[in-house]
Design a protein around this ligand. Structure first.
Ligand SMILES: *[C@@H]1O[C@H](CO)[C@@H](O)[C@H](O)[C@H]1NC(C)=O
Ligand SMILES: *[C@@H]1O[C@H](CO)[C@@H](O)[C@H](O)[C@H]1NC(C)=O
Ligand SMILES: *[C@@H]1O[C@H](CO)[C@@H](O)[C@H](O)[C@H]1NC(C)=O
Ligand SMILES: *[C@@H]1O[C@H](CO)[C@@H](O)[C@H](O)[C@H]1NC(C)=O
Ligand SMILES: *[C@@H]1O[C@H](CO)[C@@H](O)[C@H](O)[C@H]1NC(C)=O
Ligand SMILES: *[C@@H]1O[C@H](CO)[C@@H](O)[C@H](O)[C@H]1NC(C)=O
Length: 939
């Protein structure tokens, strides 16, 4: 185990970083299956999208959804209503302008909520003959009456040879719904009649006229509808009537639609100033919103025409001949699923990375591996840089796979939007996500909890964003500020970004233009700019807080990281501090200290005053007090412990469970801070210089802290590198170390640590604690769970190792303590009861022999009598069904007397077994522990 080039130099930043990186890469190599599963997730989602897209495309490819064709000739004339939308229309039809009129069922009548005497009698609804009510108002009623009368003709005048033209000179209306475009006027393809408006309908109110549409001629039924012109005293009355008639979706009886309302305002001969009420929405029962704007110009034309006639006489006409849509190319039906579902699916795909990073971080925390690495010299800087870059690299590879795959299979979502925007967006987001994982990792201590919560978070966020947040984005009346507030939640910000991408690619695709470009970010409806800013700022903030909280948790103080940041952290002396007067004065009470403990304390005081370098560990009144909780008193785990350990000594701490040994070790290795007092390791104070101490320290914790999927050799390589071993020295050290703990042969070194037996793990832990020649080694029960052969082996390892380093070892095995330790301390209830080498202790506490004898139960009293005769001061220490043990003071008995007495006794009663033994360390231990803890029963 001794190594020629002792790694006194602490490992440099890059050496540490290199060690961690190599470990992570090995880890990643082992994790191939998980990685494949991870990468497959977006692939599966993309393929699913492609499948849905293919099915849809197949559907749209059917003749039903394509421009109708007959014998290779395609066009509007061969298409039915579903098909016509896709046809190229080079020369759109001209349609006569129509008014939007309410259906006869809904036309306004007199009701209890519109109780106007001039409204039509409700009976008209029975035969569909209700008039179309139009309301008028203005400042000059007589003027208004004239204008309104001019608007509605009293006769119909149709020229059968040119029906379309003569429609323009009459007032026609329809109650059909309009389309989004005006390529076809639905009024001419509907069952519903076209109405012609007249001031009064005659007897023969229906006529049929031939209409030429494209190449075919149809008979179109025209039905008379009476226009009822009603004057109102104010615009608010008009408004009120229209509002009350609004279709509220209850019974038909409650609906009273007004055809139109006109307010002539201050119009007169010189001024024409009108406002018009019209119904722009045409919402049918399935909730389709249609805009009837195409039918509004006619209502404007009516009143303009009427004003012209008022000024210039009835001969003058302002004709509104036709409406005509703009021509359009062929527009096959398209539906890009990825753009529509992309928001939700891709949010999941990207969020998916979060649990991966989080669990990996929590795993190291749960297994205390982070602290283990730290104890072996891994600084925070390398840890953060390497872990962060490592997760970043994984995320980038994942995202690259995702984007490349999506592009290859041709999802518009990826191909249409500018790749540089996509890159910036994804890059910022994954950085934010990793920082967030670092921050949240401090909240979890259990991998399972973290996994479950993270996945609930992932799916919940996706669903909430897709089914709630999206509505807020789409609702233009929703305050923008609130949306930005919601986007502070990174999941929503991600969704918003993806939503913008999908919107851009969707519109780009349907319009045949492009997706998002950098210039589009300037667009006020495009939320991408805000999202990028929010995510960038959050990334920096979250990263800062994650680092800060990590520092707080590792130093267990809220202040020190801030001090570090402010840059005025005190310089601590690296030499022993002189004991202050105040400290000496404060302890007034007299302790009934045993001589050996007192001597140790004096030695420590001496050392503090005159530092010498050969003492590796000096503990100065180290104490640990746990505050009392729930009314329990404070717990003194360690009380004013003083101890000085030179190099080359192995010190054994014996003590019953719960005596405070582990608390002591935890303070020494920096897991907890001492409540008072301190310890110096190689002259460095454990309260302030832990990072310096770590580089020369080795720890074998009570519970093995190992990575399940790394092999023994990889563990040693990693920790060896952390201890600044390089090249051949490293391989040699690792091999020697593996050999010394018997893990070298039979390929054991290259098996995963998770597959090791308990004993093998233990040996590996010991090897880890010794690699790189640390000057101070702590071993917390190193041999528990080892078989006798391995234990012997381990002892020889430790014995060889202790030559020029200080080892503190806790154990429950007296044999081990005797074999390994140069000095022992029995530690009970927070303080040492005695300190000394094993022989001294035995001599001091073991002034007795132990005599044991086994007989039948009937003869127990005989044995007692026998012992009484041998030594009047004998004490019975053990007694069970005929077997008894006694302590005989050494000065009272002679061994030869005992033999004689037993021989005599054997003749009187049967003795199945007997023995006489000198005190063992175990006896000493039990005795000391019992004295110190009168109220505790010891097992
Ligand atoms: C109202 O209009 C009529 C017809 O144009 C006009 O003769 C009359 O002077 C107007 N009345 C007022 C008060 O302007
Ligand atoms: C409108 O005003 C006229 C005259 O001032 C009045 O007779 C009539 O009742 C008013 N109509 C309504 C509906 O208020
Ligand atoms: C406008 O038309 C829609 C659709 O026919 C109808 O539901 C609504 O009640 C109408 N509004 C008014 C004020 O008549
Ligand atoms: C038109 O009427 C409105 C509302 O009464 C009024 O504010 C505006 O000044 C009028 N315009 C003219 C040119 O008279
Ligand atoms: C509502 O409009 C849609 C789309 O135009 C149509 O398919 C549906 O049949 C209409 N529903 C009713 C009840 O008119
Ligand atoms: C963005 O908009 C601002 C004002 O709205 C304008 O001044 C600027 O030139 C625009 N930038 C780009 C790149 O279009």
């Amino acid at each position: 185990m001794r190594n020629t080039n002792r790694a006194n130099e602490p490992a440099s930043f890059w050496t540490q970083a290199n060690a961690l990186l190599r470990k992570n890469l090995t880890f990643q190599k082992r994790n191939v299956k998980t990685n494949i599963r991870l990468i497959l997730f977006p692939f599966v989602l993309c393929i699913l999208l492609v499948l849905i897209q293919t099915i849809l495309n197949n559907q749209f490819d059917k003749a039903k959804y394509k421009c109708g064709c007959v014998e290779n000739e395609c066009g509007v004339q061969y298409s039915d209503f579903d098909q016509v939308g896709t046809c190229p229309i080079t020369n759109p039809m001209e349609w006569p302008p129509l008014l939007q009129t309410p259906d006869p069922r809904y036309r306004a009548v007199r009701t209890d909520f519109l109780p106007f005497s001039d409204f039509p009698n409700p009976l008209c609804r029975n035969n569909g003959s209700c008039p179309l009510t139009m309301l008028f108002t203005g400042t000059n009623q007589s003027f208004g009456e004239v204008l309104s009368r001019n608007m509605i003709p009293s006769t119909i005048d149709i020229d059968n040879s040119n029906v379309m033209d003569s429609f323009a000179t009459n007032v026609l209306g329809s109650s059909t719904e309009t389309e989004y475009t005006n390529f076809l006027e639905p009024a001419f393809f509907s069952e519903l009649p076209i109405y012609y408006l007249q001031s009064q309908c005659g007897k023969n109110s229906t006529l049929s006229v031939p209409v030429q549409i494209s190449t075919s001629s149809i008979q179109q039924e025209l039905r008379c509808a009476q226009a009822l012109r009603l004057w109102r005293n104010s615009s608010s009355e008009v408004n009120n009537a229209i509002y009350k008639g609004y279709r509220k979706g209850n019974t038909e009886r409650q609906i009273n639609e007004i055809t139109a309302g006109y307010d002539f305002l201050n119009s007169n001969e010189d001024t024409f100033n009108v406002s018009i009420w019209y119904n722009s929405t045409y919402k049918n029962d399935t909730g389709f919103d249609k805009i009837a704007l195409a039918r509004i110009p006619r209502s404007v034309n009516l009143v303009s025409n009427s004003y012209l006639q008022f000024l210039l006489g009835s001969g003058t006409k302002m004709l509104f001949e036709f409406v005509k849509e703009m021509p359009k190319p062929e527009t096959p039906l398209k539906f890009d699923v990825a753009s529509l579902l992309g928001g939700l699916f891709f949010t999941w795909v990207i969020l998916q990375l979060f649990p991966v990073v989080l669990t990996s971080l929590v795993y190291e925390k749960q297994q205390n591996l982070r602290i283990m690495m730290k104890m072996h010299g891994l600084g925070d800087g390398p840890y953060w840089i390497i872990s962060y870059s490592y997760f970043l690299a994984i995320s980038i590879i994942y995202m690259l796979c995702f984007v490349i795959f999506g592009t290859v299979i041709g999802l518009k979502f990826f191909t249409m939007n500018d790749y540089s925007i996509q890159f910036v967006f994804y890059f910022i987001y994954i950085n934010l996500q990793i920082s967030l994982a670092f921050l949240l990792a401090s909240l979890f201590s259990n991998v399972k909890t973290a996994t479950v919560i993270a996945y609930i978070g992932v799916f919940g966020t996706g669903l909430l964003a897709g089914f709630l947040f999206q509505f807020f984005i789409q609702d233009t009346s929703f305050p923008k500020g609130w949306i930005i507030v919601m986007e502070l939640y990174p999941g929503f910000a991600l969704y918003r970004g993806l939503y913008e991408f999908s919107q851009s690619s969707f519109t780009g695709d349907t319009m045949g233009t492009h997706g998002m470009r950098w210039g589009d970010l300037n667009d006020s409806t495009n939320g991408m700019k805000e999202v990028l800013i929010i995510m960038f700022v959050e990334w920096l903030l979250v990263l800062f807080f994650a680092y800060y909280i990590d520092q707080v948790l590792s130093t267990r103080s809220w202040k020190s990281p801030l001090l570090f940041l402010k840059g005025f952290q005190k310089k601590h002396s690296s030499s022993f501090r002189k004991p202050s007067l105040q400290r000496q004065g404060s302890k007034v009470f007299v302790m009934t200290e045993k001589a050996d403990i007192h001597q140790e304390r004096e030695k420590v005081e001496q050392l503090l005053l005159e530092p010498t370098t050969n003492h590796a560990i000096v503990c100065d009144k180290l104490s640990k007090v746990y505050p009392g909780r729930d009314g329990n008193p404070k717990k003194f785990a360690v009380r004013e412990l003083s101890l000085a350990l030179p190099e080359g000594e192995c010190f054994g701490m014996l003590g019953p469970n719960g005596a405070g040994k582990t608390s002591f070790i935890n303070m020494m290795i920096g897991l907890t801070k001492p409540t008072s007092g301190t310890a110096y390791v190689q002259g460095l104070d454990i309260r302030t210089d832990m990072n310096g101490i770590y580089t020369s320290m080795g720890v074998c914790p009570q519970h093995d802290l190992l990575w399940e999927i790394l092999t023994g050799r990889e563990h040693l390589l990693f920790y060896g590198r952390l201890k600044n071993l390089k090249g051949s020295a490293l391989t040699q050290a690792v091999e020697e170390s593996l050999k010394s703990v018997n893990l070298f042969h039979g390929g054991v070194a290259d098996k995963k640590a998770g597959k090791y037996s308990g004993g093998m793990k233990r040996r590996l832990s010991v090897a880890i604690s010794l690699i790189g020649d640390p000057t101070v080694v702590y071993m917390d029960e190193p041999s528990t769970g080892l078989d006798p052969a391995s234990r012997k082996n381990l002892w020889s390892v430790v014995n060889r190792a202790k030559q020029d380093r200080a080892i503190i070892l806790t154990t429950h095995s007296m044999e081990e303590a005797e074999v390994l330790c140069d000095r022992l301390g029995i530690f009970v209830d927070g303080s040492f009861q005695c300190i000394g080498n094993p022989k001294e202790l035995k001599g001091r506490y073991g002034g007795t022999y132990v005599f044991s004898m086994a007989t039948s139960i009937d003869h127990e009293s005989n044995v007692e009598k026998l012992v009484q005769q041998l030594s009047p001061n004998a004490k019975k220490i053990y007694h069970i069904s005929g077997t008894q043990k006694f302590e005989l003071p050494k000065d009272e008995v002679k061994i030869s007397n005992v033999f004689q007495a037993v021989e005599t006794a054997k003749r009187n009663f049967p003795v199945s077994a007997w023995g006489l033994a000198d005190t063992t360390l175990e006896d000493v231990f039990i005795k000391v522990a019992r004295e110190a803890q009168p109220f505790h029963t010891l097992s």
